[in-house]
Design a protein around this ligand. Structure first.
Ligand SMILES: Nc1ncnc2c1ncn2[C@@H]1O[C@H](COP(=O)(O)OP(=O)(O)OP(=O)(O)O)[C@@H](O)[C@H]1O
Ligand SMILES: [Mg+2]
Length: 312
């Protein structure tokens, strides 16, 4: 009862408890007490959340992973590069009131900083919103010089200010997604545990290869995230097994379950940790943030060791 809905209003408002929850969550989520020892700070990482298949959980992941990273005191920027603007509205930003957006960054070369809305729900979470103008951006970019590299250039001045930059891509492999892949260090691929989940993946992987070859050799696959997993369904388990066969340990150990609270939260303009912290969806995204932070710490340690070997 406590967590049910009364009409359209949740009975449980985490907001009242934020002052208690957020600091304790930060402790819970941090991978270990050795997080960020001097000299081991993780490097800034730009992650494209991409899959040209629609409705697989890209936006839900951008909003909730971003919020959980911010709760863990990782400075995080979410960029909404989808004309649908679901990350923007899902974070409670009214699109009609946005003055500067990712459209201005791409088409008018407005600095990212000028289009950034700071401290969205959390001190460590910023957002570059999307507006409806973005629908026309692909056409407007076509005649621009090095049109695939506009976002990369724009991000150069701000990326070092963030631990993570998450870019919520549209469900297509057009110029907006290409710009994101050209700017990114890695692609996170959400896969919905449903029929035809893996269909179209070869096209996505081909696009990643083309970007690696022509625009951005350092682009890697960050990982594959299984979303909307229903453990009662054989189908969900089959999709998970197939994904693991193909992608091996690049599949995140954290699986996002199908959870109605995750679907409800955007209509309240809140990430799941502020809407229903005890839901299975909130716990999953907290675990995902924790896993991503440990992976990036492991990468930083490996890079440091590599640099040490190279330098000796
Ligand atoms: N784990 C989940 N459990 C239940 N519902 C979910 C879950 N993840 C996402 N949804 C719901 O599924 C729908 C599609 O999710 P989402 O918008 O995140 O996908 P998307 O890949 O961003 O879609 P698009 O390709 O249109 O941008 C939304 O209504 C969302 O609330
Ligand atoms: Mg989306």
């Amino acid at each position: 009862m406590v967590f049910g809905l009364a009409g359209s209003r949740p009975l449980f408002h985490v907001k009242q408890y934020e002052c208690l929850f957020v600091p304790s969550l930060a402790l819970y989520i941090r991978a270990s007490p050795t997080t960020d020892p001097p000299g081991f700070a993780t490097m800034s990482r730009v992650i494209a959340i991409a899959n040209q298949k629609g409705g697989v959980g890209k936006t839900t992941t951008a909003i909730n992973l971003g919020a959980c990273l911010a709760v863990a005191e990782k400075k995080t920027l979410i960029i909404d590069i989808d004309p649908q603007g679901n990350s923007t509205s899902g974070l409670g930003v009214v699109r009609g009131e946005v003055e500067r957006s990712i459209y201005d960054v791409l088409v008018d070369r407005t600095p990212v900083r000028a289009a950034t809305q700071p401290e969205i729900h959390f001190p460590f979470l910023d957002l570059v919103p999307s507006t409806r103008d973005l629908v026309g951006a692909e056409v407007e970019l076509v005649n621009q010089h090095e049109r695939e590299l506009v976002l990369r250039r724009a991000l150069e001045e701000v990326r070092e200010q963030y631990d993570f930059v998450l870019v919520d891509c549209p469900p297509s492999l057009g110029l907006l997604t290409l710009n994101t892949m050209a700017a990114a260090d890695a692609v996170l691929i959400p896969i919905q545990c449903e029929f035809y989940a893996l269909e179209g993946l070869s096209q996505l992987l081909n696009t990643i290869r083309l970007v690696q070859r022509n625009l951005n050799p350092r682009l890697e696959i960050d990982g594959v995230l299984l979303t909307m997993f229903d453990q009662r369904l054989n189908l969900s388990r089959q999709v998970a097994e197939e994904a693991k066969e193909y992608f091996g340990d690049r599949v995140y150990g954290t699986v996002i379950p199908r959870n109605v609270r995750l679907a409800e939260a955007p209509s309240f303009g809140k990430p799941i940790v502020l809407y229903d912290i005890l839901s299975a969806g909130a716990q999953a995204y907290l675990n995902l943030a924790r896993e991503m932070i440990s992976r990036s710490e492991a990468r930083a340690v490996a890079q440091r060791a590599g640099a040490g070997v190279a330098g000796s």
